[in-house]
Design a protein around this ligand. Structure first.
Ligand SMILES: C[S@@+](CC[C@H](N)C(=O)[O-])C[C@H]1O[C@@H](n2cnc3c(N)ncnc32)[C@H](O)[C@@H]1O
Length: 243
């Protein structure tokens, strides 16, 4: 395998994108702040996650997405990771920017952990919107998962749009102490399915670098930035440790 050269920068998403070549990215994965209305913290690491209104959050997101789209290859894909607060807004935004026929999947990341509520069904999933740049030629390799039915016991089947992957518990070896860190297993499944080997994967809100590590491990070139200095430090350490 040829050496993978990663690019990781402490910067705002908006400032990094103009430095990228047009039509150079195979996969954009974004796990932005969800607009929870409070800072996200783990230990000493914190990032801000509050906008005055949902419209303000959406304007922030739209501005960055619009400059990123020309950087995507014709065969490229977008995976936008949100939750119940904004997923419906982002879906309409993507329909508007790309066209409804560019929608591929609304993936449910079902993670299990967390509390319950006496007032509603417990919220136990995130939403990952999968759009393509060109519906006629986008890359996709269906992930295979263990079959659960008795009839197919011991065999593999194509994954559905519900991804049952546990979130990282407090004892997990994978934990690096950054808030809202996503599991490598989730990112590896997404990257394998939605980008070719040797392709380029951009995560412009990379946090602790989960996407970048997964991309590097899978032989893709990772490009990432984050406006949080701690995040970049952690992501660089993780990348350096990954073979
Ligand atoms: C949900 S976290 C990402 C977590 C990451 N997926 C992981 O596994 O560690 C969102 C990240 O977006 C970053 N961020 C917020 N606004 C940004 C901006 N304008 N440009 C770049 N990064 C930004 C935050 O600092 C935070 O690290």
């Amino acid at each position: 395998m040829t050496a993978v050269i990663e690019h990781i920068t402490h910067a705002d998403w908006l400032d990094i994108v103009p430095t990228l070549g047009d039509e150079s990215i195979d996969l954009l994965y974004v796990d932005p702040p969800f607009n929870t209305g409070k800072s996200q913290s783990a230990g000493t690491h914190t990032y801000a996650d509050s906008w005055a209104t949902t419209d303000d959050w959406l304007a922030w997101f739209r501005e960055r997405l619009v400059v990123t789209l020309p950087k995507m290859k014709p065969t490229a894909n977008l995976l936008i990771h949100t939750d119940w607060r904004t997923t419906h807004h982002v879906r309409l935004l993507l329909d508007q920017l790309l066209g409804e026929d560019h929608f591929v999947n609304h993936l449910i990341w079902s993670y299990g952990l967390g509390g319950s509520s006496p007032r509603r069904f417990a919220r136990k999933h995130d939403d990952i919107l999968f759009y393509c740049i060109n519906p006629k030629e986008y890359y996709f390799e269906p992930p295979m998962v263990p079959a659960t039915s008795n009839r197919m016991k011991g065999q593999l089947k194509k994954a559905t749009d519900i991804l049952d992957i546990p979130s990282l518990n407090n004892m997990s070896n994978e934990r690096v102490g950054y808030p809202t860190q996503k599991p490598l297993a989730l990112l590896k499944m997404l990257i394998n399915a939605c980008s070719p080997t040797g392709g380029t994967v951009l995560d412009p809100c990379c946090g602790s670098g989960t996407t970048l590590v997964a991309a590097k491990d899978l032989g893709r070139t990772p490009i990432g930035c984050d406006q949080n200095k701690d995040a970049i430090k952690i992501a660089r350490t993780r990348l350096a440790a990954s073979p």
